[in-house]
Design a protein around this ligand. Structure first.
Ligand SMILES: [Zn+2]
Length: 142
């Protein structure tokens, strides 16, 4: 029992589980906004053309009520939700790419230099070339 608890703790404290929980909470909050947008703004506008409350449109076939208005509302909800998530993911990817690219460039410039005697790439800190054993006076060569 203690072992299972330990494993569960390890699982729950992993970063991606926390990320997932945050994602679910943000998703739920988003859904509320999207539902309100569709129910309170988009549906009444479409309802103007249908001359009826859009989400209450019902088709009766053989005494069975088919609430296609509510179904179309759900589809519109879903499409707006997917679009919002797509835009959000795109924005996050763009931001994380900006963070990744810049350090790589500066790192390359700082860590290596060219030996002035044999022209191989060596550490910028080297006072003696590991390839041709020439003594370097530790100025920055280009
Ligand atoms: Zn050298």
């Amino acid at each position: 029992m203690k072992k299972i608890l330990g494993e569960f703790k390890q699982f729950a404290l992993k970063g991606n589980v926390l990320d997932l929980a945050v994602g679910v909470i943000i998703g739920a909050a988003f859904q509320g906004i999207v539902k309100s947008l569709v129910d309170d703004i988009i549906s009444p506008v479409i309802g103007l053309f249908a001359k009826k409350d859009f989400s209450s449109l019902v088709l009766t076939v053989f005494d069975v009520n088919i609430r296609y208005g509510a179904f179309i509302t759900a589809v519109i909800n879903f499409l707006i939700m997917v679009l919002l998530i797509f835009l959000l993911v795109k924005a996050i990817n763009k931001l994380s790419n900006i963070g990744k690219k810049q350090p790589q460039v500066t790192e390359k410039e700082v860590t290596t230099k060219e030996c002035p005697f044999c022209y191989t790439e060596i550490s910028v800190k080297a006072s003696r070339c590991p390839n041709c054993t020439s003594i370097l006076d530790n100025q920055s060569f280009k």
